[in-house]
Design a protein around this ligand. Structure first.
Ligand code: ADP
Length: 300
């Protein structure tokens, strides 16, 4: 049993030749709606990559709107159990307005919507989903107090904990000491440790500092270089397959979901990181967020 706790968002993405200035109206050349949010992406990665026996619960808050119905129906179809998904009366599903301009320039506005009300009290309603799980996977797009509450609740009931500390933030000891496995990318590792991670030597230094703060397993993802794993059994780089990258959105989320699934199936940590690299490399060959997350059958 795996429980994921986190955000769910709908992204409205428009592309322009250049970003509109204040007061200006431009016609978009392309408009698309993407289902996203780190929590939802990671839960979906778990569900798509799991074998049939696994139970995948996703604790999240959606609004009472059409997009909530559409997103939750697609997650359930792919194998996420419905009981952790709440649709709150009078609230809107979290959303982001993303404007893309020239050479990767962007301007983004986010409305947290129902994600903001995923409080420690609301997590208590789903207490048994956390305490009965074998693994908890959580990120930082929901209120910090809830992240701390969930990790401590899990830890005190023997549920093993994986924190993907994204988006980048500094973290309290209360959070870090309840984490078994931490999975920052280079920017996030720097935000926590102050060490600029740019190669294997600096990843090793950052990992040593992260161990001192709590987690016994540190995995720093390194984009196309794969990941740096640091634990008792193994310290070193594990490379990702070489692929033609199209879009790296949701690569980190796919990595985290795949890692969790491989560990829940009893794989070693080295095998789990290899599987996560394979799944994430597959995700970067496709455009979009949840659209790009592979199914297990694609990884043969
Ligand atoms: P994030 O997307 O969270 O910033 P990374 O950029 O480190 O995280 O990517 C996460 C994982 O996705 C990597 O560890 C790797 O497995 C995979 N990945 C990312 N970019 C590539 C790439 N260009 N080629 C192959 N794999 C990639």
């Amino acid at each position: 049993r795996i429980v994921i706790i986190g955000s769910a968002n709908v992204d409205h993405v428009m592309s322009f030749d250049y970003l509109p200035s204040p007061g200006q109206t431009l016609l978009s050349q392309q408009y698309r709606i993407e289902h996203g949010g780190k929590g939802a992406n990671q839960a979906l990665a778990c569900a798509r990559l799991a074998t049939a026996q696994s139970q995948i619960d996703f604790i999240c808050h959606l609004g009472c709107d059409a997009i909530a119905d559409e997103m939750s129906a697609s997650w359930i179809k792919d194998g996420i159990s419905p009981q952790g998904i709440s649709k709150l009366a009078g609230e809107q599903t979290g959303s982001a307005m993303i404007f893309l301009g020239e050479k990767g320039a962007n301007a983004i506005g986010v409305a947290l919507g129902a994600n903001a009300s995923l409080t420690p009290q609301s997590l208590e309603k789903h207490r048994s989903l956390i305490t009965d799980a074998n693994w908890l996977l959580i990120q930082l797009e929901t209120p910090t107090a809830s992240v701390a509450h969930a990790l401590n609740l899990a830890k005190s009931h023997g549920t093993r904990t994986i924190l993907n500390p994204a988006p980048a933030a500094t973290l309290s000891h209360d959070i870090l000491r309840a984490v078994d496995i931490i999975t920052p990318n280079e920017t996030e590792a720097q935000a926590i440790t102050g060490i600029e991670v740019s190669d294997i030597a600096t990843a090793k230094l950052a990992a040593q500092m992260l161990h001192q703060l709590g987690p016994s397993i540190v995995i720093i993802t390194l984009g196309q270089q794969g990941a740096y794993l640091s634990c008792d059994e193994f310290k070193g780089q594990i490379t990702a397959p070489a692929v033609d990258a199209v879009d790296t959105v949701a690569a980190g989320d796919t990595f985290n979901g795949a890692l969790t699934i491989a560990l829940s199936e009893g794989g070693s940590i080295v095998e789990a990181v290899k599987f996560a690299n394979r799944a994430a490399a597959k995700a970067v060959t496709k455009p979009g967020a949840q659209r790009s997350i592979p199914y297990r059958s694609e990884l043969v």
